[in-house]
Ligand binder design. Structure first.
Ligand code: NAG
Ligand code: NAG
Length: 411
């Protein structure tokens, strides 16, 4: 007989001591900014950003953003980190695109857009983890790839990014009983059929740090996923494999859960079996899903939370180390979009930033000199914003090259 934990939803694990915090964050802004990949330049594709309002086109690792930010869209007042992800569009049969709204996840409150963030210190038993430090940042996933193998127990990375097809709205409905990345409702690419209650994107960041570098040129190699094998009934969230010797320091596992309200497009869903969803980088497969993180917790607040908040489900109210904000406080923290283009809320004729649909399986390529708004003088409204120095690159070619397999490297 299987151990009970194979069958239990995450919700029922509260009896075992394991530090997790799980919280909703609302949208700060949605626009083509990516201070890690294209600092100082408008990014090639649209992102939704959540977290502290010190988010900017460039973010200096020496700056203490926990001090600079005056509000955050996340549940805990101490957390001025920024978290960003690509956005999803629905393609109408007439060829126009509209952003798929992000809805609150289960049990996170009434957040406006945004997504859910977890910091996990290992599921039972509780593990001591080292919190990230000021200046830490990382990316996982690769927006240029258009094919991937299936989940492989011996390759932890292959289990890191998945999509849940929700068949019902209830928290404990049949499609929500297992951990993210586990079971028949999860796929490595975007679901290819209509999901009656929407889709959840699950992004697990690597949890092993080299112990030295707060960042790396590709924003990934200072981190590593733990070694396998992953139990396919438990997934990466329960995974206890050791860190590789090159990256020996266990940090909290960050998980993003993004709930897309694809169900509102039911009446316009294609009847010919085609898949009308496409990510902002022109990716209809979902294999290019990725997430970015810039640490911004006040002082030692994250370390204290990971040491002392022993609630396996990570309910914010059960973490007295941290200060709760109300939904209203989170929702009122916003930034104006500064790139002068329409990215959401109405049908648009093309994905912003020159992102033609690229179905793969070969990696996507950038469109050079595409003429989309960039940081050229006048493109960003000067009354509210002074653009940082312009880097000498064409509009749509970011200051990096994408490696076919890994993430990205500086040019
Ligand atoms: C972003 O950076 C610019 C240029 O350094 C600065 O003028 C602006 O105040 C910053 N915005 C925020 C929200 O910090
Ligand atoms: C496509 O349909 C949507 C929804 O009815 C509409 O808003 C949009 O303008 C249409 N686009 C074109 C090119 O007709």
């Amino acid at each position: 007989m299987h151990s009970l934990k194979f069958l239990l939803p995450l919700s029922l694990l509260a009896q075992s001591a394991s530090a997790t915090i799980r919280f909703g964050c609302s949208q700060l802004v949605t626009q083509r900014f990516d201070p890690l990949v294209t600092p100082g330049e408008v990014a090639p594709h649209v992102h939704q950003i959540i977290g502290g309002n010190a988010f900017n086109l460039s973010m200096d690792p020496n700056e203490d953003y926990a001090e600079t930010a005056t509000c955050t869209t996340c549940r805990f007042k101490e957390d001025k980190s920024n978290y960003w992800t690509a956005v999803l569009y629905f393609k109408h049969s007439n060829g126009s695109y509209i952003r798929v709204p992000q809805k609150p996840n289960h049990l996170v409150g009434d957040t406006k857009g945004g997504h859910t963030v977890y910091y996990i210190a290992g599921y039972p038993p509780f593990q001591k983890v080292t919190a990230f430090a000021k200046g830490f940042r990382m990316i996982t996933g690769n927006p240029m790839i258009r094919t991937k193998g299936d989940r492989d127990p011996n390759d932890v990375t292959s289990n890191a990014i998945t999509f849940r097809c929700w068949t019902s709205d209830e928290w404990l409905g049949p499609s929500n009983l297992l951990a993210p990345g586990v079971g028949e409702y999860d796929s490595v690419g975007l679901p290819t059929k209509f999901c009656p209650s929407g889709i959840r994107s699950n992004i697990f960041f690597p949890t092993c740090w080299d112990g030295k570098n707060l960042d790396s040129p590709d924003h990934f190699s200072h981190m590593a996923y733990p070694t396998g094998p992953v139990d396919s009934r438990l997934g990466i969230i329960w995974h206890e494999g050791p860190c590789p010797a090159t990256h020996p320091v266990k940090v909290p596992t960050i998980l993003y859960e993004i709930a897309w309200d694809t169900a509102i497009f039911k009446d316009d869903w294609p009847t010919d079996g085609s898949q009308p969803l496409i990510m902002s980088m022109g990716d209809p497969t979902g294999f290019g899903q990725h997430g970015d993180y810039v640490f911004g917790w006040e002082g030692d607040s994250l370390q204290r939370a990971m040491d002392n908040c022993k609630d396996s489900f990570g309910t914010p109210e059960n973490c007295p180390e941290l200060t709760l904000l109300t939904d209203e406080e989170m929702n009122s923290c916003t930034q104006p979009a500064l790139v002068p283009e329409k990215v959401e809320g109405e049908y648009i004729s093309a994905l912003p930033g020159c992102n033609p649909e690229q179905h793969g399986p070969e990696p996507a390529t950038m469109v050079p000199n595409c003429g989309a708004p960039s940081t050229t003088i006048g493109a960003v409204p000067t009354q509210s914003y002074t653009a940082p120095p312009i880097l000498p690159s064409a509009n749509c070619v970011p200051g990096v090259v994408w490696t076919p397999n890994g993430i990205l490297s500086p040019r």
